[in-house]
Design a protein around this ligand. Structure first.
Ligand SMILES: *[C@@H]1O[C@H](CO)[C@@H](O)[C@H](O)[C@H]1NC(C)=O
Ligand SMILES: *[C@@H]1O[C@H](CO)[C@@H](O)[C@H](O)[C@H]1NC(C)=O
Ligand SMILES: *[C@@H]1O[C@H](CO)[C@@H](O)[C@H](O)[C@H]1NC(C)=O
Ligand SMILES: [Fe+2]
Length: 478
């Protein structure tokens, strides 16, 4: 055990050096995890427990409900009858001073009939306040709580979790449980939720329901900021289901109108000191499309004086050196990469590839089809690209990386896990990737992220001197 700690420290120090000096080759972790079977948890397992009582609310989840974090959308499902869509809430337990009225709907998918899906916007909340809420009626009502974020403020500290490609296996459960011990306050989810589309006929709907009950342990208590992956598309003509994102859109609303988006699949929110932009890899994004025009406007609205941290979420990674899904992000890179560099995006999180990978700050924007550089080159204005598609779904790990490791790749490892981004103030954020090490959570890749807008090169030079010692210290005490 001691030896592996030491090894890790050495690896991490090496990583830091290569990060600082930029130019030393990246690292492919030699860790080989003992593979747990990547099978879905059986439907009658307690991980999917159905709450007791007639028409008891289940699959409870919340997401941010406005642009600035003073609202939440609360969603749940009832199965016996529509029931009421009312949320009672207040700032002290068992005392619900306020009421909000929601809506109820249902849908079919092949012959599967969904339960009654409730969505309720609770707005006008105070910042930085704990709220208790109650849904359902009588004996089968249920109570939960959440904490609103601090007011938009450039130095507000806040801890985000990043999870992708979660699914509903024993590995998924391990990832979720580890995340829940991390102190993360909001999940940035990078797509591929339930993997229900791996099933056929009525089981698709049934596995969306089980996933809703599975994720509730976290998603009922803190917002999950959703982005859509390929497993949400569910284009399944063999059973007459051809409307993309049908189940996902019925079940997981987003506050897209607050950022003037015309679709719940792409939108933006501001939370604490972060401006978070969610893109859809599987919706049109080339020039003149709604997503393209919307992003052009949204980027202009970003105010780094108020929200220093600019974070983008998407499903398909733009820089990936895994054999799996290699170059699938090229089309979006060709359209948006120059904007990401121009607007000095801090970090871009993606999923899709079932492994972990982090890039150096690089860009490849000088190429055009008649001429120009056509390799990624170091670029201090470029974002860091991080792939966290390692939530642990039934498709297993993507274990084959391109060899040799491309220059743009800083660190990669095929293990399950999640990340956290702990924003400290306008200049500093601590980033960790945590491997699910067969029951233990191990911080494997970690570094200090300097803000792209506020971290001047002068400031950065001064920081470099203290870089190594302080980060190693912080890893040891994690
Ligand atoms: C929705 O629920 C109503 C009321 O129970 C039912 O009559 C209707 O068939 C359901 N619709 C769908 C699409 O399942
Ligand atoms: C394409 O690249 C060449 C060579 O760098 C440059 O001269 C030309 O202006 C570029 N064209 C456009 C449209 O960017
Ligand atoms: C920001 O946070 C970092 C890390 O905690 C700290 O070293 C630095 O002094 C802080 N800067 C400001 C301006 O508060
Ligand atoms: Fe995917």
């Amino acid at each position: 055990m001691r030896r592996s700690w030491l090894l890790q420290l050495i690896l991490t120090s090496f990583l830091l050096l290569s990060y600082v000096n930029n130019g030393i080759a990246g690292l492919t972790s030699t860790f080989i995890r003992s593979e747990w079977p990547s099978i879905d948890i059986p439907i009658d397992n307690e991980a999917f427990v159905v709450p007791k009582g007639h028409n008891a609310p289940q699959q409870v989840h919340i997401t941010q409900g406005d642009y600035d974090g003073k609202a939440v959308i609360i969603s749940w499902v009832t199965t016996d009858e529509p029931g009421i869509s009312k949320v009672q809430y207040g700032t002290s337990e068992n005392k619900y001073e306020f009421t909000a009225e929601g809506t109820v709907r249902n849908y079919t998918f092949y012959k599967y009939k969904s339960g009654y899906i409730h969505h309720c916007l609770v707005d006008g909340l105070e910042h930085d306040t704990k709220y208790y809420y109650k849904i359902g009626t009588g004996e089968s009502s249920r109570e939960f709580w959440f904490q609103t974020p601090p007011k938009i403020n450039p130095d507000a500290s806040y801890k985000f979790g990043i999870i992708g490609d979660l699914g509903q296996t024993y590995n998924s459960l391990s990832t979720l449980k580890h995340y829940m011990q991390s102190g993360g306050q909001t999940v940035l989810f990078v797509g591929d939720l339930s993997y229900a589309d791996r099933y056929s006929y009525n089981d698709v709907g049934i596995r969306w329901d089980s996933w809703g009950r599975f994720a509730e342990r976290s998603a009922a208590y803190q917002p999950w900021i959703w982005s859509a992956g390929n497993h949400e598309i569910e284009y399944m003509p063999y059973m007459g289901e051809v409307v993309p994102f049908k189940s996902y859109l019925q079940r997981y609303p987003t506050p897209h109108l607050a950022s003037k988006s015309s679709s719940p699949l792409w939108y933006a929110i501001r939370r604490a000191s972060a401006h978070i932009i969610v893109l859809s890899s599987y919706s049109p994004f080339v020039k003149y499309t709604p997503q393209y025009k919307w992003l052009a406007e949204e980027l202009k609205k970003v105010d780094r004086e108020k929200t220093p941290w600019l974070i983008v979420l998407m499903h398909v990674p733009i820089y990936n050196s895994n054999e799996a899904h290699f170059m699938e992000g090229e089309s979006m890179r060709a359209v948006f990469e120059s904007w990401f560099v121009h607007y000095k995006v801090d970090v871009i999180f993606a999923g899709h590839v079932h492994a972990y990978e982090r890039s150096y700050r690089i860009s490849n924007i000088h190429y055009n089809i008649s001429n120009g550089d056509h390799y990624p080159i170091p670029d201090k204005f470029a974002p860091v690209y991080i792939t966290v598609g390692d939530g642990g779904n039934q498709e297993g790990l993507a274990g084959r990386f391109q060899d040799p490791q491309p220059d743009y790749s800083a660190f990669r490892e095929a293990s399950y896990g999640h990340s956290t981004l702990e924003i400290k103030n306008r200049t500093h954020a601590l980033y960790h990737w945590n491997r699910n090490d067969d029951g233990k959570k191990v911080a494997t890749d970690s570094f200090i992220l300097h803000n792209q807008y506020w971290g001047s090169s002068h400031r950065r030079r001064k920081l470099k001197k203290h870089y190594l010692s302080s980060v190693v210290e912080q890893i040891v005490t994690y």
